[in-house]
Design a protein around this ligand. Structure first.
Ligand code: SF4
Length: 218
């Protein structure tokens, strides 16, 4: 990031965070889960699917198969039927069962408290590892999904093309804001305010510092 951009980002980060805190004082995850394992499964299922749909599916799934040892009893086709409506059900079922097997054999059914170990599990990408480890273990990581990528770039807080670049710049420039609350606030802001199409700029209090808004006005 250029020095000038870095300074702008540093100057504005506190305004952005304070605005997001006012908009979303209690940014709880919209996904429902009761354990580290359920959190991991729910986040895997949420890829390319709404949290609402995932919650509908996991409500019964977690009642019948609440932990990794119970889940391991399901066959691939049985799990596929249960998660069908979340989309990409074949790959998701395959990954969940493979990941579950490793947890049971290598970690005694526990989810490892280490984002780098998590990332080695089938179906667990960088975003999932960061979200699960920050939500469940308080790791200083920022999960970067499509909303976080869009919002942080539009505001000019980062200048990044990929989630990995956002994370790198965020870690370098805003280390105090690498946490799950910031992740959820950015996601909610992107989902309901700074939407991909027709962002609600007219009611946004960040217009004066927003790079995207200023460009649109030219
Ligand atoms: S001004 Fe518009 S584009 Fe900029 S952060 Fe606000 S909603 Fe998003």
């Amino acid at each position: 990031m250029q020095l000038a951009q870095q300074k702008i980002g540093q100057k504005n980060i506190e305004r952005v965070i304070s605005y997001l805190e006012r908009l979303f004082p209690n940014p709880d995850p919209e996904l429902h889960f009761d354990s580290d394992y359920q959190c991991l499964v729910a986040v895997i299922l949420s890829a390319q699917c709404t949290d609402k749909r995932v919650n509908l599916v996991t409500e019964q799934l977690f009642k019948d198969y609440p932990d990794s040892f119970a889940m391991a009893k399901l066959s691939q086709s049985e799990l596929e039927k249960r998660i069908y409506s979340t989309g990409f059900y074949h790959n998701k079922a395959k990954n969940i069962l493979a990941m579950t097997k490793i947890l049971n054999e290598k970690y005694d059914g526990k989810v490892p408290n280490d984002p780098d170990e998590l990332e080695k599990l089938p179906g667990v990408g960088r975003k999932t590892a960061n979200v699960v480890s920050s939500v469940r273990f308080g790791a200083k990581r920022l999960g970067v999904d499509t909303h976080v990528l869009r919002v942080t770039n539009r505001l000019g807080l980062v200048n990044a093309r990929t989630p990995r670049e956002v994370e790198k710049q965020w870690t370098e420039f805003y280390p105090s804001y690498q946490n799950h609350d910031t992740h959820f606030r950015l996601v909610l802001f992107g989902r309901y305010h700074c939407k991909a199409i027709r962002p609600k700029c007219s009611e946004c209090e960040l217009r004066d510092i927003c790079k995207y808004y200023k460009n649109e006005q030219r």
